[in-house]
Design a protein around this ligand. Sequence first.
Ligand SMILES: [Zn+2]
Length: 390
Amino acid sequence: MLEILWLLLPIAAISGWFAARHSLLVQQEKNQQQHLPADYFKGLNYLLNEQPEKAVDIFSKFIDINEKEIDSDAIEMHLTLGGLFRRQGEVNRATQIHKNLLTHSALSPQQRDLALWELAQDYRRAGLLDRAEDLFGQLTQSREHNVHAYHQLLDIYQQEHDWEKAIQMAKELANISDEPLNHVIAQYYCELTALNKQAGADYEAIQLALSIDSNCVRASLLQSQLALTQGNHQQAINALKKVEYQDTSYLPEIIEPLKTCYMSLAQEDELITYLQHLFDKYGGISPMLALAECLSGKYGIQAATTFLTQELHKNPSIRGINYLIELSLTEENAFQTHLFLLKAVFNQLLKNKPIYQCKQCGFTGKSLHWQCPSCKQWNSIKPIQGIDGE
Ligand SMILES: [Zn+2]
């Protein structure tokens, strides 16, 4: 009996060790489970407080970015960390995580699409546009990501000036979303005219722009330029006159080309009639100054000065006063020295002043951009209005 007890003791001890070990492992596992979420939320807290570098430190402790086996719980952590690495500028590490993730079979279709989306963003950030384009192309088939993928592709094709592909993408995007894109597609057609070398291609692109967006001012301006290069001034005038019905904020853009066309046709009276019509109906400093210039040529400086003085009382304008001084300087007067000084001051003032402003982001400049260089919106840059503008 005693021998049997002696035999049982080591077995009991081993069993006890196993039990204790098992209990310890369970406890460690519990501790880990309790510990992980605590740090996970700490990491999230850093993210919320815009301290991504500290969040990266915390999340990096929990995962091996080349891990061969990833359970479904860790997938989210990998995606979060990958995104953080990219935002921190560590694109290679982000790419490594996302490529590694995509080799795992545990990914659900949604997680696979998300990992693809993140990898495409990594490639875009790294400037590998062809690879990004390929992945975004795959994501146009994803229900969750298709709209965003089309937007990314549009950005890439705009960046590459691949307007044919941009047109195709924008049309596909318009088919799957409610987004109004006709005005953007019209701009793409206008961009094509700058690249077209084939005879007749410009005309075709302008017609396509106007057919998809009849209010495309840029297409009308291009149409007038094309007519001018062919020596057809009347056709150019007809194209320019469309702007009045498309977007009156762009009327200042048509004044100079209209003057050129009408003067080439020796139709000054028709020019004055149309300028007077624009000025009476919409106001604005550009038609006012063009009218004053016509009056000065046709009836003399006094007529122009009287007209300008009268209108500037109603609508003060720096450009208007500057032109009034210029007219006054053409004749001898007692205030000539003062006027020269004033003119120099106004010239300086106008020289430093932007002419155009983006309605979307406030970007200002002296040239008309059809796509804002700052916020990338189309048709958002317009001539500045007011006392120091139009
Ligand atoms: Zn802008």
